[in-house]
Design a protein around this ligand. Structure first.
Ligand code: PEP
Ligand code: CO
Length: 379
């Protein structure tokens, strides 16, 4: 397992355009909090991260199956140990539907920052900064709640620390992952191992989202230097040439287990959009593993409210697995947004819209997630 980039430093991203970053009114206060986070240190070990990379390499070979699942956004209001127990139990339940060995990865222990399509939210003619996750601002539609508050980064670090410690101590076996979005936070937690490889210390696996995967952008510059398993969301705007450039940046050594390409096209465009990417990856001999996120390409806006239909997710799942089979690539895993709560948030397979309240994106209930997995396993 080598470092992707020689002479890389965790601060290198600062020379690149960084989208979706918090904008703090008091940068000096943010600096103090980031220094404190750096002092309190990483939440994961190099050994754990290396173990996950090996597990991902096995999944890329088809010997196991990655189940990455959790909340769209974690909440600072939740109890870390209780939330971690509930999510670990849910992912264990889902793993029971997979005949292969499962590599369980939670969207947990750091999933506190959200990329947004618009920077403002308008309600009844009033405009406020959009909610960006509990590590940046708060959900309530009030000016004070929506201000970017650096102390929340400190709170998210403490919460994530408690979560990951609990997962380790309870021997849940669940790895921690989140979107590598707030780069100053990620930089503060990087650490070198004795072989002088840099690891991201905020979680075992990080991914780059659909909105921040610019080849020459800050997020890719950051992810290029860390040795962790790294995911990249691949959606409709990603072309083959760009994918190959991304893979050259993020996985120049073509090391199995390093790069996870997470397709999130939507039921209507997965075949058209993904087939050329799979073919380009195969013809260039990329070692990346293909996964499916059937959630984020299937979000509609109905009267300002987000809606996802299980039927669309099942259709994208069938199309993805059929395409992998016909192209001769291994479908290495699923990436799902799930809730440990009882209330349905997505439109069920029966077509009924539950109209439940949700903080960020509609998540699958356990039973709905089982349906997606069962469908995948039958393909
Ligand atoms: C997410 O996974 O929460 C997300 C925002 O996904 P994407 O970047 O694929 O839209
Ligand atoms: Co989401």
């Amino acid at each position: 397992m080598s470092v992707a980039v020689q002479d890389w430093k965790p601060s290198d991203w600062r020379a690149r355009p960084a989208l979706q970053q918090p904008d703090f009114a008091d940068p000096a206060a943010a600096q103090r909090i980031l220094a404190d986070i750096a002092q309190r240190g990483p939440l994961v070990t190099a050994e754990e991260c290396a173990e996950l990379r090996l597990a991902c390499a096995a999944a890329a070979r088809g010997e196991s199956f990655i189940l990455q699942a959790g909340d769209c956004a974690e909440s600072l209001d939740a109890d870390p140990a209780q939330a971690a127990d509930a999510m670990a139990a849910l992912i264990r339940r889902l793993a029971g539907r997979v005949p292969q060995t499962v590599v369980p990865i939670g969207r947990i222990g750091g999933q506190f920052a959200k990329p947004r399509s618009a920077s403002e939210e308008v309600r009844e003619g009033r405009s406020l900064p959009v909610y960006r996750g509990d590590s940046i601002n708060r959900l309530a539609f009030e000016e004070s709640a929506r201000a970017h508050d650096p102390s929340l980064l400190g709170a998210a670090h403490r919460h994530s620390s408690a979560t990951i410690r609990h997962l380790r101590e309870s021997r849940s076996g669940l790895f921690a992952s989140h979107e590598a979005l707030v780069l100053a936070y990620e930089e503060a937690l990087c650490f070198p191992d004795p072989d002088r490889r840099w690891w991201a210390g905020s979680g075992h696996m990080l991914w780059i989202g659909e909105r921040t995967r610019q080849v020459d952008g800050a997020h890719v510059a950051f992810a290029a230097g860390i040795a962790n398993a790294v995911g990249v969301k691949c959606g409709p705007s990603l072309g083959s040439e760009e994918l190959l450039r991304l893979a050259d940046r993020l996985d120049p050594g073509r090391e199995p287990g390093r790069l996870l390409l997470i397709a999130r096209f939507g039921a209507d465009s997965v075949e058209r959009g993904l087939a050329p990417l799979i073919r380009a990856a195969r013809s260039e001999g990329l070692a990346a593993a293909w996964m499916l996120d059937p959630m984020h390409g299937n979000t509609r806006r109905i009267g300002g409210r987000k809606q996802r239909r299980v039927a669309d997710m099942l259709a994208e799942t069938k199309a993805f697995f059929a395409l992998c089979r016909s192209e001769g690539v291994v479908p290495a895993g699923l990436h799902l947004e799930v809730t440990t709560g009882e209330a349905a948030e997505c439109v069920g397979a029966d077509g009924i819209d539950p109209m439940a309240d949700f903080p960020c994106d509609p998540r699958l209930t356990a039973a709905q997630a089982e349906l997606v997995i069962d469908t995948a396993m039958r393909c």
